[in-house]
Design a protein around this ligand. Sequence first.
Ligand code: ADP
Length: 605
Amino acid sequence: MDVRRRPARHLDGPVSPGAKQHRGVVVVGGDDASSLKASDALPLPLYLTNAVFFTLFFSVVYYLLSRWREKIRTSTPLHLVTPAEMAAIVAFVASFIYLVGFFGVDFVQSLILRPAGDVWTADEEEEDEVVGAGADHEKILLREDSRSSPCGQALDCAPVVQKPKLVDPVVQDAPKEKVIEAVPSALPEEDEEIIKSVVEGKMPSYSLESKLGDCKRAAAIRREALQRMTGKSLSGLPLEGFDYDSILGQCCEMPVGYVQIPVGIAGPLLLDGREYSVPMATTEGCLIASTNRGCKAIFVSGGATSVLLRDGMTRAPIVRFATAKRAADLKFFLENPANFDSLSVVFNRSSRFARLQNIKCAIAGKNLFMRFSCSTGDAMGMNMVSKGVQNVLDFLQNDFPDMDVLGISGNYCSDKKPAAVNWIEGRGKSVVCEATIKGDVVRKVLKTSVEALVELNMLKNLTGSAMAGALGGFNAHASNIVAAVYIATGQDPAQNVESSHCITMMEAINDGKDLHVSVTMPSIEVGTVGGGTQLASQSACLNLLGVKGANKELAGANSRLLATIVAGSVLAGELSLMSALAAGQLVNSHMKYNRSSKDVAKVTA
Ligand code: ADP
């Protein structure tokens, strides 16, 4: 449809010649909308309207000039006009207004006026065309982003006023100097000087906290400097509502804000006779709902039981000798039970909670890897074990002066990397957790059958993972639950790598009526003190589980309990996802064997 031929009443408001029209018209009209003019109100095509007014204008000008010359020649007063001359004057004025409106106003406005807030700019026009043409999600978001952020809800309202243009790719590519000018600052004048110093490289960004003695102010200044240097807006990344003192020298350097992750609750998880509401921080839809369903199945079946098999954090330095023989000498020394007591005295000096458990060595030529394992109380223990290892290395230099220490970590530990040593020997807490799920619970809550679950587990989690060459990945999605609980409770999310090692076993018991399900997880690395556990949000989640901070009666009891809760939550997650998959498989089987859609509906109901 040609919008230019639409009658005036279809326009949403008064239209000045040359101005762009209301959005609604464009959405209906499509691509030609940008050429809308006042003349569009006429019931004629544009070129005919223009031709009529042009002809009229020049005709009346010619007529009036000739009448003027005639009056001068006959000495007739000019103000005496005939009806024909009056009509010619009216026609002249009308055609003049039309032509100036059509060709002139746009040009004049572009010279003397800047687009006002209510004038539709070219950028907006493009966006609305997209919305009208099919609502590309990204483009809609782009426009929403250009709105000013609302205050409150821990949103950053104060220091930075974001220019909507910053999300425009054209402006993002603009030279930095230009963008720096374009971003106004609402920070105090004294901070303005510091921001300039950081932007110009005169003051290191990392030194702001120590120089200012105010962590929040340092973060605000760093953030503003960063925006100016990059030309990218951080609007949406909150600054307010966070205790920046709490992370100084411990959790995060050079902060500019914090990321918000929603926390949901799965549970109650009935584990070892106690109920837990499990906090999970995630942005993956269905994850918590699914884990919650698993918790319900466990709960109505009488609960799950866990056993902690071992508890020891590891660190393995790499040392080198001139010969393999010398490396072997140290290996035999370290593994000799007669030397253990003296070594543990040296090691345990690192902390009142560190207790050396064993040292396992591996040789590669003349290089020796020594895997120290120790209990670390309620701390996850990486710092503690590292300090203990350093003590022992210093001590060993006396008897092995030819020992060349290459690194306190030689990757035989093995931290934050998939490694068989963790899968086989364990790292952190090794936990096995089991439950017996009654047959009718499998059917009513999990919507599948014991037989289907056992078969799927054997083929997927055991055979499929073996086919894939999995390392500790004999499960459906342990890492989903581990990561969500880790983030909520302030654990190190990178240790999700080995903490998610898990083998899920399912077996039909009681003559095939019920299901025995278990998860065995050898490397759950958790702590309830140190690291991110002391931050307010994470601490609140630990408190919800009743494992906040150090256990007063028995050092390590809180972190060990947390490890069992992680395993119990994984058990729930495995049960639910495997059931969903098994149910889907049943649906497919029904369809494959040509059952009616009615039967399929029954299965999925
Ligand atoms: P990690 O070794 O996990 O990195 P940190 O060394 O940062 O942890 O934190 C442990 C700190 O907490 C140590 O200084 C330790 O003395 C202290 N602490 C207090 N109570 C306990 C406890 N019950 N278990 C372990 N550490 C504790």
